[in-house]
Design a protein around this ligand. Structure first.
Ligand code: PMP
Length: 440
């Protein structure tokens, strides 16, 4: 009997015993194509450089508390991230994962406004159908009803505007540009409704991952969001925990939109699964306001800037940048999109095939005409996940929430080292799975 607390008490988990490139290997020796363990594995499972970096660092020093000491890999990683980061991002705060990054971002925004003499700024605006993590602050920012409901009495009050979700929510007859501007302007309306002097931050995922399945914003949406934030002095926090670190074909997802946030959260691909690590990057201005004010960010976790985790991430970012793997993710992502369109473009229950880079989503609908989702009680996402695994494929199917109605989608996020043959294997295994779960 296992004493590990499982996510689902009724499911029996496979035991992972090995990894080889894009494949995970279980205790029976079966090779399973890993196309979306929540978008973590960007370099595959056996990258020699990252493995060596971890081994070397753990042999030197595994841990030193950042209250007393910094470490060489933490410093080098921060330098490299800042060299590549957009805009004025200038300081890096290392944490152990995505939720810690978004929590830290919310607290930093609050402290920034305290230090700059605007203590009434305390409200965060985020978006419906978003996910920013599972700790209580991050969960408060998330707008996914299914994840929030049980914990609602414990959550911090935050408000949620509509996401930019062209496929499901753009009315026919409205241009994509006009739609993008209109939904971006909801941010301005919400700031004015709450009172600009009370709003400290707006948080969003540049490409929505877990809750919608690789939904990109229409061009111009984020430019308008940036303008609105600047106009009202609201900090823009971008959550690139899932879509960052090259996954969309750009090292940072917001590079595509041509904007830079005030605070940027990254995780998953940063450690590529070799170590648990996330980071929050902030502008020099935000950092200076605290450095020249109280001098102390009132926050912290024991494992901030962990030497082994930062050594792994340093090797990951070196691999990504020296081999230009984000560009490869863009090229292979386009091939994956074409292969998915060829296989499912005419499928009566696949309404949309979308995404950017190696971050792709398929939306499952009962009717392509009305875009209505299937009855949630059918539990399609769960069935797809289970059968795909039996067929040797890890993908990330989920039930989203479209204004209270569940819609199912499948997120695909393979490693950037994926080859053409593995794209074919992915599409074949997915076809076989969908044929059983949602017959044409
Ligand atoms: N933000 C986003 C956009 C995410 O996708 C996730 C994880 N799925 C998180 C935050 C939380 O990250 P973690 O699970 O590492 O706490």
């Amino acid at each position: 009997m296992s004493h590990v607390f499982p996510r689902h008490s009724k499911s029996t988990l496979l035991t992972a015993t090995g990894g080889d490139g894009c494949y995970l290997i279980d205790s029976t020796g079966r090779r399973i194509l890993d196309c979306g363990d929540a978008a973590v594995s960007c370099l595959g499972h056996s990258n020699a450089r990252v493995i060596k970096a971890v081994q070397d660092q753990v042999a030197k020093i595994a841990f030193a508390h950042t209250g007393f000491m910094t470490s060489e890999p933490a410093e080098a990683l921060a330098d490299l991230l800042i060299e590549k980061a957009p805009g004025d991002l200038d300081r890096v705060y290392f944490v152990s994962g995505g939720s810690e990054a978004t929590e830290a971002a919310i607290k930093l925004a609050r402290q920034y406004y305290l230090e700059t003499g605007q203590p009434e700024r305390r409200r965060v605006i985020a978006r419906k159908q978003s996910y920013h993590g599972n700790t209580l602050g991050a969960l408060s920012a998330g707008g996914n009803a299914w994840r929030r409901t049980q914990f609602a009495p414990l959550l911090i009050e935050m408000t949620h505007i509509a996401p930019c979700y062209e496929y499901a929510e753009k009315p026919e007859g409205e241009s994509a540009h006009a739609y993008g501007q209109r939904v971006a302007n909801e941010l301005e309306e919400e700031i004015l409704r709450l009172g600009p002097e009370t709003v400290m931050a707006f948080m969003a995922e540049p490409v929505v991952g877990a809750t919608l399945g690789a939904v990109t914003a229409v061009d111009g949406y984020y430019k308008r969001i940036r303008e609105i934030c600047d106009q009202y002095g609201v900090l823009l926090i971008l959550d690139e925990v899932m879509c960052g670190m090259g996954r969309t074909g750009h090292l940072f997802a917001c590079d595509y939109d041509g904007i830079a946030p005030d605070i940027l959260c990254i995780a998953k691909g940063l450690g590529a699964g070799y170590q648990p690590i996330g980071a929050m990057l902030c502008t020099r201005h935000i950092y200076d306001s605290i450095a020249q004010g109280s001098g102390f960010f009132q926050h912290g976790h024991t494992y901030v800037g962990h030497p082994v985790a930062t050594a792994a991430a340093l090797a990951v970012v070196q691999e990504l940048t020296e081999h230009d793997l984000p560009t490869r993710a863009g090229v292979m992502g386009d091939r994956l999109q074409s292969a998915l369109e060829l296989a499912f473009g005419q499928h009566p229950h696949i309404g949309d095939i979308r995404g950017r880079g190696l971050f792709r989503g398929l939306e499952i609908v009962a009717s392509r005409e009305t875009k209505a989702p299937f009855d949630p009680s059918l539990g399609l996402a769960g069935k797809i996940k289970k059968l795909a695994l039996e067929n040797g494929l890890i993908c990330y199917p989920m039930s989203g929430t479209r204004d209270g109605k569940n819609g199912d989608h499948i997120l695909l996020a393979p490693p950037f080292i994926i080859e053409d043959a593995q794209i074919d294997e992915l599409v074949e295994k997915l076809s076989k799975t969908l044929k059983t779960v949602i017959p044409e």
